[in-house]
Write a protein that binds this ligand. Structure first.
Ligand SMILES: Nc1ncnc2c1ncn2[C@@H]1O[C@H](COP(=O)(O)OP(=O)(O)OP(=O)(O)O)[C@@H](O)[C@H]1O
Length: 234
């Protein structure tokens, strides 16, 4: 496998008036093509900051962010917008669907702007929502809305799928089925997934576990005993 992503000495400083907050303090890690990465850490450790920088939604104060063969750290807003649109799929804790578009339209709307997008209806079939194509978000359960959000991210055919607490608002069984979906997608399509969570049990399904502490990497470990989500309990 070859490295798809490299963070090299990445720092991020936020300024609020006179106050400086060092959210990232020299972060280094590598993610290989096709890897399922789980990122763990306490609240405020810097996980979302890493995900936002990786997704081109925020910029680093210093350091390099290599994606493919390019350093996106030096990119301007226009380049980052194209990168976000074409290369990165996002799944958040709250589904952020467009309320006045149905499931199919939500997926089509996101996918259409991407050159290599997949067929929206096919993807909704894949996530088990073939019978809910014309349903609006308000007519869908939380788990179903998250499936639409995953379909929307995947239909772009992204290089990288970033998931920030994707099961945070779901009950146990629904959360597990959403994780199963991500696991299947990773295995079948080889899409690289980076999943941020507070739930340490979920790390058992990862290829690589990255722990973040106080703006630094605490540890990076390959998971030699990777488990299917069906076998994980919490
Ligand atoms: N836009 C911002 N402006 C100022 N400070 C910020 C901003 N975003 C994050 N921070 C600060 O940076 C640090 C890291 O925050 P971050 O959201 O990355 O942590 P996290 O590990 O994702 O936490 P959580 O698990 O609670 O979501 C925190 O001290 C936070 O307060």
């Amino acid at each position: 496998m070859r490295a798809l992503i490299e963070f090299r000495h990445v720092t991020k400083e936020y300024r609020i008036g006179e106050v400086r907050i060092k959210a990232l303090n020299g972060v280094d890690f590598t993610i290989e093509e096709g890897e399922f990465v789980v990122m763990l850490g306490a609240s405020g450790a810097g996980k979302s900051t890493i995900l936002n920088i990786l997704g081109g939604m925020d910029t680093a104060t210093s350091g390099q962010i290599i994606v493919g063969n390019q350093d996106i750290a030096g990119w301007n807003e226009k380049q980052l917008t194209a990168y976000r649109g074409e290369k990165v799929g996002f799944v958040f804790q709250f589904y952020n669907l467009i309320p006045n578009l149905n499931a199919l339209e939500n997926v089509e709307f996101a996918a259409e702007v991407c050159k290599n997008h997949l067929d929206a209806e096919d993807i909704l079939h894949k996530v088990g929502l073939q019978h809910r194509l014309r349903s609006f978000p308000s007519q869908l359960s939380g788990g179903e809305q998250q499936r639409v959000a995953i379909a929307r991210a995947v239909a772009k055919n992204p290089l990288l799928l970033l998931c920030d607490e994707p099961t945070g608002a779901l009950d146990y069984a629904t959360g597990k089925s959403v994780l199963k979906l991500l696991e299947d997608l990773n295995r079948e399509t080889g899409t690289c997934i980076v999943l941020v969570t507070h739930n340490t049990a979920i790390a058992q399904m990862a290829d690589k576990i990255i722990k973040v502490k106080s703006g630094r990497i605490e540890s990076i470990a390959m998971n030699r005993d990777k488990q299917s989500v069906e076998r994980i309990e919490w």
